[in-house]
Design a binder for this molecule. Structure first.
Ligand code: ZN
Length: 300
């Protein structure tokens, strides 16, 4: 639940170069009619965004921080009222309805392969997977394309997300942005408590909630995705982790660790294999429900 992509962090130069490859592959050779030309639109309206001018290529390749700057700029500019509506909207409608929709499946695969993570960053419950024949992944527009059509084909605005989250999120603008860097402590966490001692055999004795007391800004997003309700259905996983925690003896574990070491495997690897607990938050996007398992083990 709410796992940002920062953990596979690349620096800005690398991020830009990935976005530029995306542009080269999919959009560089595109020809536009005069009325639809996004370059013209950008020349006209984005020539001075806090002192910087943006071409359409810059908009497609904008880093996450630049995307947010552009969004702020569009939110505050009042150019809309001064221009002919059709003239203004045509390139934006074109980006939203044709450019994005026409991007080949190859573009989607490229995007999927270069953005780290096999699991949806919003729910951490479902795999997101794409190849030439199977599409198990939607692309959420972080800045919704209905409100910000300019960013409909911008690389860092396209978030590989599971179809369930994409459907619930719809056109909502979220506080949580998977490309933003957060302190781990600043993200919402799971809180588990036991109502009775029979929790190993009775799942009804286990309660779970998503704790937003220290990060209320996320609460609206979590409610929108119905994550509180969805995670109640994963009390079996909580129970599994608690049973492992309670029943495996120290002696058994140290014997096991030795055996792993003899085979050239670390204790962290043992944790992953025996308990199914990721050794660090960097691994949360490798397997579904990793954040839940990790937090039940280490934080509850
Ligand atoms: Zn999801």
């Amino acid at each position: 639940m709410f796992v940002p992509y920062l953990f596979a962090s690349k620096d800005d130069k690398e991020k830009r170069s990935i976005a530029e490859s995306f542009y080269e592959k999919n959009l560089r050779n595109r020809r536009y009619s005069d009325s639809q030309n996004p370059e013209e639109w950008c020349n006209r309206y984005l020539s001075n965004v806090n002192g910087k001018s943006y071409s359409y290529k810059d908009v497609v390749c904008a880093l996450p921080t630049e995307l947010m700057e552009l969004k702020e700029f569009l939110d505050h500019e009042h150019f809309r009222s001064n221009d002919d509506k059709n003239d203004l909207n045509s390139p934006l409608e074109y980006i939203k309805n044709r450019l994005y929709e026409d991007m080949a499946q190859d573009a989607m695969i490229f995007l999927h392969e270069t953005v780290s993570g096999k699991v949806c960053p919003y729910c951490n419950r479902n795999y997101v997977y794409v190849d030439g024949r199977i599409k198990g992944c939607d692309f959420d527009h972080y800045l919704p394309k209905s409100k910000y059509p300019l960013f409909a084909a911008s690389f860092y605005n396209l978030i590989p997300a599971c179809p369930i989250c994409n459907r619930f999120k719809k056109d909502e603008l979220f506080y949580f942005f998977p490309h933003k860097e957060y302190d781990y402590d600043a993200l919402p966490h799971f809180r588990v408590w036991l109502k009775a001692d029979d929790y190993m055999t009775n799942i009804e004795s286990i309660e779970i909630e998503i704790d937003c007391r220290k990060c209320a800004d996320f609460e609206k997003d979590i409610n929108r995705l119905k994550l509180g309700t969805l995670y109640k259905a994963h009390r079996d996983i909580v129970q599994e982790v608690l049973i492992c925690k309670e029943t495996y003896s120290e002696r058994y574990l140290s014997e096991l660790a030795e055996s792993f070491e003899r085979n050239g495997l670390t204790k962290e690897r043992m944790m992953e294999i025996v308990y199914n607990i990721p050794s660090s938050p960097e691994q949360f996007l490798d397997k579904p429900l990793s954040k839940l398992r990790y937090e039940v083990w280490y934080m509850n």
